[in-house]
Design a protein. Structure first.
Ligand code: SF4
Ligand code: MSK
Length: 676
């Protein structure tokens, strides 16, 4: 018998990502290469080995019942008139895509609003004086907000009007705020903060949210198998729930956080992995809710903790942040950004992260696997966000024991400093930044306390120095080159004199690129915006905070309408929204509340309705008739920016201010030619 030759099966090496093709950021490229050298797998590598499902990402896969999933790919020779695609139950591509879209809105609204609820509960504990860790920091803002929730700030005693006690107001504000999630009748209180004509549109369209929780439950019911099967009716609820996010849960989160932790005012800091320090205890805070991280920041600065760190051989404690918790602790305390959503694994790959503390949203489960390769303590803190891996430590946050919890976490990080190996590599890259712009501080910088309004901003828009305003926000997406579209869109906008308001991971990306500095105006802006930034001393890209702080953009736009000269409603403004690299369901909720608030909003990467062209047309065209705002999609960042600019120019024309801009942009030769 012939001998059977055993052939060794070649071991297939897993494909890895090309660092240079994965990110425009050198620190990210460097750390990705290091991770690959050390055999540490990251999201960038997984994006190479796992391809997305085209049916799912175009919105036409339904798994809402046990007869599915029903997959409805868009035929190559698609023709609207002959589209007979349907699921087992007969659900059309439009119904399936609309239901999926709504469920994304429900998840996004739930995430933002539950964050808001946690803050409202802590606010209530502070108002009841049940905790020492939290106090009302911004009394002025408390008194300003109270009337919007129907809480009086004055009381009449013997014919004299007196200020009510701060604690009394805080308690009532807490009660009224918490009721917004589940009140039995009426509508959300903050809807009336919008300009009158906007409120009238919501009334006419029948999309005023009743209470926050109900709108989310409504979506889950309506999108259950066999309920709402009309994409237009489904999207009415989508608009209603998204408004419950923007003008409800998110706005409550922002406002109550400002009152509790302080309203942001501009401050300086730094961004990128280079903010970590080799000779210090590095604690990275990641997630979204600032209720615990606020206390960690406070505790990490105490002499007790700094001395303890020194005892353990470190020079001190370096805090930094990732994702929106980063935005929260940056805007109020100047704690630097370690990085964006896509850099979370890479921060641990430095070998210098002694503890990563996470709460909710945008936290990779793979962090536990990466942490296993290093000494990093990965600490989960939220009762609803735990990880199954054994190396993860859970310290459950309780606002009544917030100081104790924070001390325990900081000590754990310090104790872990001495377990750090010698193979540490912190990239050098970091960029300076100015952040901390709120509705109030923008008013101060661009309007002045004397005028007390957005007058100067409006004036500069009317005279054409500022062409318009863009809200550029949102995530990174591993299916796109990290930060490339963020930066290209923003640079194209400011080059064309459009001032940018940013939040979330776009804010971090812009910071890493140096765009959050006043100095960047001269380098990157058109002449009009550059002149305004130089005169006022602001960056051309204003960082307004975290994802829930997109509500600041709504309120800032409302202030612009109030200041006059630019129409009567948000949809009249020369303004547009954008999320060039979105990935989160929260982004869809944000996009929809921008659109329902009258804003033209462009998304990049992928659009989750592309497989149902009729439904997509409802979002891209019909919505403009209904709300004055609409969705759009463009993956090419330059075209993306120019779609926004074209919309801004159309609004300028409608307002009759297009000629003013032409005059501003005339150079000396043009003027001389006219004079001659
Ligand atoms: Fe298929 Fe209809 Fe069930 Fe969806 S609800 S999975 S389309 S049968
Ligand atoms: S963190 S939601 S990746 S912006 Fe708010 Fe960044 Fe998007 Fe998370």
């Amino acid at each position: 018998m012939a001998e059977v030759k055993k052939t060794k099966k070649p071991v297939k090496k897993a494909k890895t990502a090309d660092p240079k093709a994965s990110s425009i950021d050198f620190a990210t490229q460097e750390m990705l290469a290091r991770a690959q050298k050390l055999g540490v797998e990251t999201v960038f590598d997984r994006a190479v080995t796992m391809k997305p499902c085209n049916i799912g990402n175009q919105g036409t896969c339904c798994k809402n019942c046990g007869m599915g999933p029903c997959r409805l790919p868009l035929p190559k020779d698609y023709e609207e008139a002959s589209d007979e695609r349907k699921g087992l139950c007969g659900a059309t591509a439009n119904t399936i895509a609309a239901r999926n879209f709504l469920r994304m809105i429900a998840a996004g609204c739930a995430a933002h609003s539950d964050h808001g609820r946690s803050v409202a509960e802590v606010f209530m504990s502070a108002a009841r004086k049940e905790t020492d860790a939290y106090k009302i920091k911004d009394e002025r803002k408390l008194r300003e907000l109270a009337p919007h929730l129907g809480v009086a700030t004055t009381v009449e005693v013997d014919g004299e009007i007196l200020d009510r006690d701060k604690d009394e107001i805080a308690l009532e504000v807490a009660e009224k705020a918490l009721a917004e999630w589940g009140k039995a009748e009426g509508e959300l209180s903050f809807l009336k903060r919008a300009p009158g004509p906007r409120y009238d549109i919501w009334t006419k369209q029948g999309v005023k949210p009743r209470n926050i929780d109900r709108e989310i439950v409504d979506i889950m019911h309506r999108t259950h198998m066999g309920v709402d099967q009309d994409y237009k009716n489904l999207m009415k609820q989508g608009a209603r729930a998204a408004l419950a996010d923007g003008w409800g849960g998110s706005m409550l989160a922002t406002e109550l956080q400002d009152i509790l932790f302080g309203t942001p005012y501009p401050l300086v800091s730094e961004a990128n992995l280079g903010v970590m320090k080799e000779d210090m205890v590095n604690i990275i805070i990641h997630g979204h809710e600032p209720v615990l991280s606020e206390v960690i920041v406070e505790v990490a600065q105490t002499k007790e903790m700094i001395d303890y760190a020194k005892e353990k051989g470190a020079k001190g404690i370096q805090l930094s942040g990732i994702c929106c918790t980063a935005n929260e602790i940056l805007q109020r305390h100047g704690v630097p950004f370690a990085g964006t959503f896509l850099q979370q694994e890479l921060a641990i790959t430095t070998g210098a992260c002694d503890a990563m503390v996470v709460d909710v949203q945008c936290v990779f489960q793979s962090l536990a696997n990466v942490a296993k390769c290093f000494h990093t303590k990965l600490i989960t803190t939220h009762p609803m966000a735990r990880m199954e891996q054994e190396n993860v430590v859970h310290v459950e946050f309780d606002e009544h024991y917030a100081l104790e919890d924070a001390k325990k976490i900081v000590r754990m990080a310090i104790d872990n400093f001495q377990n750090r190996g010698t193979d540490v590599m912190i990239p050098k890259q970091k960029a300076p930044l100015v952040a901390g712009f709120s509705v109030e501080s923008v008013e101060y910088h661009l309007g002045g306390t004397f005028r007390g309004s957005y007058y100067t901003l409006n004036d500069n828009i009317i005279n054409g120095r500022i062409r318009g305003v863009a809200g550029v926000v949102g995530c990174n997406n591993a299916r796109a080159k990290h930060n490339e579209a963020h930066i290209a869109v923003v640079k194209e906008l400011i080059k064309n004199d459009v001032i940018v308001l940013t939040t979330g991971c776009n804010a971090i990306a812009c910071a890493m690129e140096g765009l959050l500095t006043p100095e960047s105006a001269k380098v990157f802006c058109g002449p009009g915006l550059s002149e305004v930034c130089e005169t006022v001393g602001i960056p051309p890209v204003l960082s307004l905070g975290s994802c829930v702080d997109n509500s600041r953009i709504l309120l800032a736009a409302t202030e612009v309408v109030k200041a006059g000269g630019l129409g009567n409603d948000l949809s009249d403004l020369p303004a547009a929204g954008s999320a060039p690299e979105w990935m989160s369901e929260k982004a869809i909720s944000i996009g929809q509340y921008f659109v329902s608030s009258g804003v033209y909003t462009v998304f990049g990467t992928v659009f989750p309705a592309a497989g149902a062209p009729v439904f997509q047309r409802h979002l891209f065209e019909d919505m403009e008739q209904m709300y004055g705002g609409k969705w759009d999609f463009e993956n090419d960042p330059i075209k993306h920016a120019h779609k926004m600019i074209a919309h801004i120019d159309a609004k300028r024309k409608a307002l009759g201010i297009d000629k003013a801009r032409e005059r501003v942009l005339m150079d000396m030769a043009d003027r001389q030619a006219i004079e001659a």
